[in-house]
Each structure stands twice: as C-alpha cells, then as structure tokens.
Design a binder for this molecule. Structure first.
Ligand code: ATP
Length: 324
C-alpha cells in the first residue's frame, strides 16, 4: 500500500477533523501518500480528490465539522455507483481508504470491499455513540458536554421561575446522549428510546419531585423516545394533568453537532487515525477501529453495523437514585 484515501461520510461530528489530521500525519510519518476525498462517497464517485501532506492539516485539531465536508450519496447504494467510485480510485492510484462515519457509511464500505477486494478501515465518527465495537465514538463526548452546558443555563432560568422544562436532545434510536447528559446535568427524568417510562410514571415522578420541595425540574427527552408524545405534546399533557407546573420546551437541535471538540474527542480521534493507517499497512481490512477499556481494538465491520449498542442499565439506576 502506497497511497491511502481518507474521507468523512454521513452525519458530521466534532472531532472528525482531528481524525483526518491523524490519518494524514500518520501517512506522512510512515512515508505513504495520502489523498483527501471531499463529500464522502459522492466525491469518490465524482473524483473530487486532493493530495494531503502533513502541513495541509495545520490548525484543524480544534475545529468542529469536517474540512473534507460530508454528504449522503444515494448513487453509492447502487452497484453502478460503487463501480464508478472504484474506477475513480483506480485512476488516482489509491490502494486503500479510511472512512470516518457511522453505520451507513460502514455498510457502504463493506459492500465496496466485498465487491472489489479493496482494503478499507472504518473510524466511528458520530455523536450518537451507537456503534458496536467501541465504547466511545468521535463526537459523543463533545456533544454531551455541549448539552450539559446548555442545560446548566436552562436550569438557571428554570429555578428562577419555578418552571418545568422539557429539553429535547438528539438520539433517534439510542438514548446515550440523553442518559449521560441527563445524569451529568442532574435531570429529573430522562426519556430514551430504549425504555418506555410511561406517562403515568412521569406524572408521578413530577408530583413527587414537587412535593419533595424541588422548585424546578428538567426532563430530558431523546428525539426517538417511546412515550408516544413529542416534547410539545408532553408539555400540553403535563399542563392538563398536572397544573401545578409552569411548563416550557427547549429543542436543542443541531447545536449538538457543532463546536470545538473536547480534549477527549481529540485524543480519541488521534489514536484512531494512527491505528487505522497502521492496520491497513499490516494488511488488515474490513475492520473498524474502536476503544475498549482504554485500549484500541479492531472489530469486523460486519459486526459493527449489526445492531445498536445496549442501554446502560447501571446509569439508569444511578439516574433514578440521583432524583431522590
Ligand atoms: P450517521 O448515522 O451518524 O448520520 P451514517 O454513516 O450512518 O452516519 P448514512 O446517511 O446512513 O450515515 O450513510 C452515509 C452514506 O453511506 C450514504 O449516504 C450512502 O452513500 C452510504 N450507504 C449507507 N447505507 C448504504 C448501503 N446499504 N449500501 C451502500 N452504501 C450505503
């Protein structure tokens, strides 16, 4: 392997730049050429490539987003699209690639390597932390810190006005952001997709909280929670059934995807980039780099994309105890 490509794909996450930087600099360190591909698989199909040397990634370790841009690409889902992408890589003399992204991006990479025997390694970059084979994905730590910072501010105003706030955070299929940021910010209740708390229990919990002398409450709601109502419907429901509260809603939205990556995400991204390039040069392929018990580990892409991570029962228990 002489030339390695790197790109970001799917939803962006803070720390992707640090991962790009790491891949580029590891290639430079080991005397290999590196090529950046713009806009993920779309740019691969179009041949949107740029040679990258160690200096091309100056001053990006601290920046959110991705300098290589990200995209979703329908054409890559088709065998014809992947064939075009392969032709472009061959034309450029690229021998292997590192894909930084989530489950969908890894599924595409897996199909590609199965069809063309092309060496690929994945780096998990998503704020959702929903990838099997890694305790943490790049961007998750930054996202939960962003959420905690915002909830701290909401708490200030909530307690000044004796209000109840429903705060919606990202997480369509998994509640890792909600659960971790919820415990970190001292939320009263946390509604996640993996567990249906039930409306009755929510009302009971809020009643108990008020009776225990708490003047304000914050309930974190993951986008995909299973209680059957969105944050605005929850507000109406609680106002109707529990008129003791003045209820407000805050939807955090895309701010959770942005911002300067935390030190944890920068270090994680740097480690994963090194491991990805070294693994390719050791002749490994079809694997995802992950972290487990503070060590870098490799998981077959086929396993990484198989299913969602499990909810952390211990954290749920801690959250329950903390709201006493
Ligand atoms: P996130 O979920 O964090 O947004 P992701 O990598 O899962 O990230 P997706 O939009 O699911 O994001 O996938 C990114 C791209 O990967 C798609 O636009 C498509 O080009 C490619 N891809 C996804 N699924 C497949 C598939 N089944 N076959 C081929 N390519 C795929």
């Amino acid at each position: 392997i002489k030339k390695i490509a790197v790109f970001t794909s799917g939803g962006d996450s803070p720390g992707m730049n640090a991962a790009i930087r790491s891949v580029v600099r590891t290639c430079a360190y080991l005397g290999k050429e590196c090529v950046g591909i713009y806009r993920g698989y779309q740019g691969m199909i179009e041949g949107d490539f740029k040679p990258m040397d160690a200096r091309s990634v100056n001053n990006i370790i601290n920046k959110g987003g991705t300098i290589l841009k990200s995209a979703r690409c329908e054409e890559f889902r088709t065998p014809e699209g992947r064939k075009k992408a392969h032709e472009q890589l061959m034309k450029e003399g690229i021998d292997a690639f590192v894909v930084i992204g989530g489950n969908g991006s890894f599924t595409g990479a897996l199909k590609f390597t199965e069809e063309f025997g092309f060496p690929v390694i994945g780096i998990p970059g998503t704020i959702d932390n929903d990838i099997l084979g890694s305790s943490y994905t790049i961007g998750f730590d930054t996202a939960i810190n962003t959420v905690v910072e915002v909830i701290d501010k909401i708490r200030d105003t909530a307690s000044s006005h004796n209000r109840l706030f429903f705060v919606e955070v990202m997480g369509r299929d998994v509640g890792h952001i909600a659960l971790n940021a919820g415990v970190g910010a001292g939320a009263e209740e946390i509604l996640i997709p993996e567990q249906n708390l039930g409306l009755e229990r929510l009302l009971e919990s809020l009643k108990r909280s008020k009776a225990s002398g708490k003047s304000s409450s914050i309930v974190i709601v993951a986008e995909g929670d299973k209680i059957g109502k969105n944050v605005f419907q929850l507000k109406e429901y609680v106002e109707e059934h529990l008129p003791i509260y003045d209820v407000r809603v805050s939807v955090l939205g895309h701010m959770q995807r942005g911002g300067n990556p935390t030190c944890f995400d920068r270090v994680l991204a740097s480690r994963m980039g090194v491991k990805a390039v070294e693994s390719l040069l050791e002749g490994k392929s079809n694997l995802m780099v992950g972290i487990r018990d503070t060590k870098m580990v490799l998981t077959p892409l086929a396993d990484a994309i198989k299913s969602h991570t499990e909810v952390d029962e211990e954290l749920i228990r801690v959250s329950d105890i903390m709201t006493t």
